[in-house]
Design a protein around this ligand. Structure first.
Ligand code: TA6
Length: 315
């Protein structure tokens, strides 16, 4: 082919505008994905505003998602970062939330995508993108409204940067009467071998051992996993990062904002066998839940007030 003289150069991207994060709504408007110029990416299912994927720039997945996780909105997602609100577990002795399903309705409701905001990236390494999701009395189903008749709104923000993922929730009491709630970010971290995992940052913390009759205990040294673990820690120093290491290498560091408790959970063999949506059955070897929350006590929100809490997961 004869090359034309003085052929114009291919148009570069808009001159002067540095590369920006890309945000797409896919899968019949059921998922929102975001990719940074440097390649890191997340996917959020509008069902439960559940972060279902968080990959590094090489495409390595950082969250654990069951191969049998329901992503069609038929039930809460088994994996990723399900959102727990307004109750953690079940609370038969707490009348206002006693009728709610385990972990409340937020993780099993369809959230609205409220929009995105990206920072100007001066280059490949400092871009970030924030995705906002909303749920309120106006958008939850009638069943949930009947079981928990309070006027509220939630805004859940998911912020991706090259070396961290931030998730935070703002809870507003839009009614004329106070309500009490618990909330938790139920993060399933992907790891290579659970027997090589150590969790630091919980030393000397009091915890409730749900695998041993909900006894109150005191943590000594790192947390290691050699069987089913289901513990609610109340760390003495809320600002100390909780670090998940594997074979001596730090993999995730979790800093909490206004979330005073940390739940550590691994179902191990039997409980994994017993969950229909937990696949593969030996997947317990490749996951550890380290969950920032406000669950040991009830947080009371007065009419018109707002609560904010979140986590920063650095890698
Ligand atoms: O976060 C730990 C926990 O409360 C465990 O007791 C276990 O029930 C886990 O949550 C998963 O709960 P789910 O309702 O998703 O099966």
């Amino acid at each position: 082919m004869v090359d034309r003289p003085n052929k114009p150069q291919a148009l570069a991207t808009t001159p002067g505008l540095p590369p920006q994060a890309q945000v797409n709504i896919t899968h019949d408007n059921s998922r929102v994905s975001a990719v940074l110029p440097s390649g890191e990416c997340i996917e959020v299912l509008l069902h439960g505003a559940t972060v279902t994927s968080w990959k590094d720039r090489a495409g390595n997945e950082r969250l654990w998602l069951s191969e049998a996780a329901k992503l069609d909105g038929s039930k809460a997602v088994r994996g990723g970062i399900p959102l727990v609100f307004p109750v953690f577990g079940t609370a038969p002795d707490h009348e206002p939330t006693s009728k709610l399903p385990q972990h409340g309705f937020a993780r099993n409701s369809r959230w609205d995508f409220l929009g995105k905001s990206t920072t100007e990236s001066s280059g490949q390494t400092d871009a970030s993108v924030k995705l906002d999701f909303g749920l309120s009395t106006a958008t939850i189903d009638d069943e949930a409204k009947k079981l928990w008749p309070f006027s509220f709104s939630l805004i859940y923000s998911v912020t991706l940067t090259p070396d961290a993922l931030r998730t935070g929730i703002v809870i507003t009491n839009d009614g004329d009467q106070p309500f009490e709630f618990q909330t938790l970010l139920h993060t399933y971290f992907r790891i290579g071998d659970i027997t090589k995992v150590k969790i630091s940052g919980l030393e000397e913390s009091a915890y409730i051992d749900k695998v041993d009759g909900a006894k109150e205990k005191q943590q000594t040294g790192d947390v290691t996993i050699a069987g089913e673990v289901d513990r609610v820690y109340h760390p003495a120093s809320p600002e100390t990062p909780v670090v998940v290491s594997e074979s001596g290498e730090a993999k995730f560091s979790i800093v909490r904002d206004n979330l005073g408790d940390v739940v550590v959970w691994n179902p191990w063999v039997e409980k994994a066998q017993g969950m229909g949506d937990f696949e593969p059955k030996d997947g317990y070897r490749n996951m550890i839940c380290v969950e920032a929350g406000a669950v040991k006590a009830w947080t009371k929100l007065e009419a018109g007030d707002a609560y904010e809490g979140g986590q920063i997961i650095s890698v």
